[in-house]
Design a protein. Structure first.
Ligand code: CUA
Length: 189
C-alpha cells in the first residue's frame, strides 16, 4: 500500500514525458510544413515557371499565331509537326485534326472564353486550355485511325457537345496529304 503513491506518480511522470515528446514531434512536423509552404511560396513568387506563355484573348483572332488561317497541322522546314488550335464555347477550331503516327507532334492551343481542355482518345494527349495562356505539349500517337477529342473541363451548357476528331495517319498518308498544303486539317469544306 505504501508503494502505491510513488508508483502512481512515477507512471504519471512517464506519461507526461511521453506526451511532451509527442507534442515536440507534432510541433516539429507543423513547423516543417509551414516552412515548406513559406519556402515554396517565396520561390514561386521570385521565380515563376519559365514555360508560361501568355496570349491576348482580345486580339488573338486578328493577328499572331492563332489567326484562323494558321490553325491546323503545320509541317516545319525541319520536318517538325505542330498542331495549333483554339477552343471556344462550344467547339474546337479546327474541328478535325490530322497527325502522323509514331512522330512527335507538338500541340499549341488556347481558349478564347472559358476554361476548356481536351483529351485525345486513350492517349496521353491531355491538357487544360485557359484564356490568356498557351498550352503546349509534345506527344506521339502509336495507333492509326480516328480518335475522339472531347472537352474535359465543364465550360457551360454546351460542354457535352464540345468535341473534335483526330485522324492519325500513316507516315505515307500524312506525307501525301500534307504535300503542298500549309495548314492541314480534316474539316469538310
Ligand atoms: Cu469546353 Cu467543356
Amino acid at each position: 500500500m505504501n508503494a502505491a503513491a510513488p508508483e502512481g506518480s512515477r507512471s504519471e511522470a512517464v506519461a507526461i514525458a511521453a506526451e511532451r515528446r509527442w507534442a515536440l514531434v507534432v510541433g516539429a512536423i507543423l513547423l516543417l510544413l509551414v516552412a515548406m509552404m513559406v519556402v515554396t511560396g517565396l520561390h514561386w513568387a521570385a521565380m515563376p515557371p519559365s514555360r508560361v506563355e501568355t496570349v491576348d484573348v482580345k486580339t488573338l483572332h486578328i493577328a499572331g499565331e492563332f489567326i484562323e488561317s494558321n490553325l491546323g497541322t503545320a509541317v516545319g522546314a525541319d520536318g517538325k509537326v505542330t498542331v495549333r488550335l483554339i477552343a471556344q464555347q462550344y467547339s474546337f477550331q479546327p474541328q478535325c485534326l490530322v497527325v502522323p503516327v509514331d512522330t512527335p507532334v507538338t500541340f499549341r492551343a488556347t481558349s478564347t472564353d472559358a476554361i476548356h481542355g481536351f483529351i485525345i482518345g486513350t492517349t496521353n494527349a491531355n491538357t487544360m486550355l485557359v484564356p490568356g495562356f498557351v498550352s503546349t505539349f509534345t506527344t506521339s500517337f502509336h495507333n492509326t485511325g480516328e480518335a475522339l477529342m472531347p472537352c474535359h473541363e465543364y465550360c457551360g451548357t454546351g460542354h457535352e457537345a464540345m468535341w473534335a476528331h483526330v485522324q492519325v495517319l500513316s507516315a505515307a498518308d500524312f506525307l501525301a496529304k500534307s504535300r503542298g498544303v500549309e495548314r492541314l486539317s480534316c474539316v469538310a469544306r
